[in-house]
Design a binder for this molecule. Sequence first.
Ligand code: FE
Length: 286
Amino acid sequence: MTHSRTIVKMSFSHETMEGAGVRLNRAFGYHEIPAFDPFLMLDDFRADRPNDYLAGFPWHPHRGIETVTYMLEGTVEHGDSMGHVGSVDAGGVQWMTAGSGIIHQEMPKPVDGQMGGFQLWVNLPGDHKMMDPRYQEITADNIPAVTIPGGVDIRVICGTIAGVSGPVHDIMAGPEYLDVSLKPDAQFSHPVKPGYMAAVYVIGGSGRFDQQHKEELVNRTIALFGNDGDSVNVQAGGNGVRFLFFSGKPLREPIAWRGPIVMNTQEELQQAFADYENDTFIKKTS
Ligand code: FE
């Protein structure tokens, strides 16, 4: 017998400007900490107008976190201070562990006139904030798609569904990150470990994620579940529903956050910005 988790926090993503003038929708961020711990932020940069995103995210530093870029359409061209160059294309993911420091740029570009994706920030625990930077870059055809009878299709970025594990591994927060599509009126139940946070972000259609809520959640709704059950249960609406599901083990550590850098203490934050000013930000040159 499983108990469904109930929704404890729910809202629409809100429009904000980031980078060099990118108009995007933020599902949660600085103002919500620590509700989504171990996650810090989720940005939705699906956009129809190139002027909303072409300015992109020119050179900026990160330390103490991981940034996870998942693209539905278009591409993000990427380059960093260590000479790493590439792109995240439709259906692919880049799981970047900034660790001790990466300075990079991320430039969204349309393909066939379309561009859209999401960036999730995952916090690093204090004893890993200064780890060596690394990338896990997965193209669309290397993200397994699992079909569950009854109208459920899942792309497994990180975590395990029906014995199929996603390609992203060895992440400190033990996260799951799934792109779940339900056909009209289909149902989906997914276990969540005790004490782990779990949330969904709806990206298409509508559905009910909590029996207590009569209303269906729609596109651009973020919902955080409480710790009051061992599964998340979804009932798709008449047009089906598509959502990002993510869960992870809360770090429960102090958060000192300024812009693209997230540490545990103000001293560490000041050190990071001093390093950036003094050109000693990058700790690893290989
Ligand atoms: Fe960045």
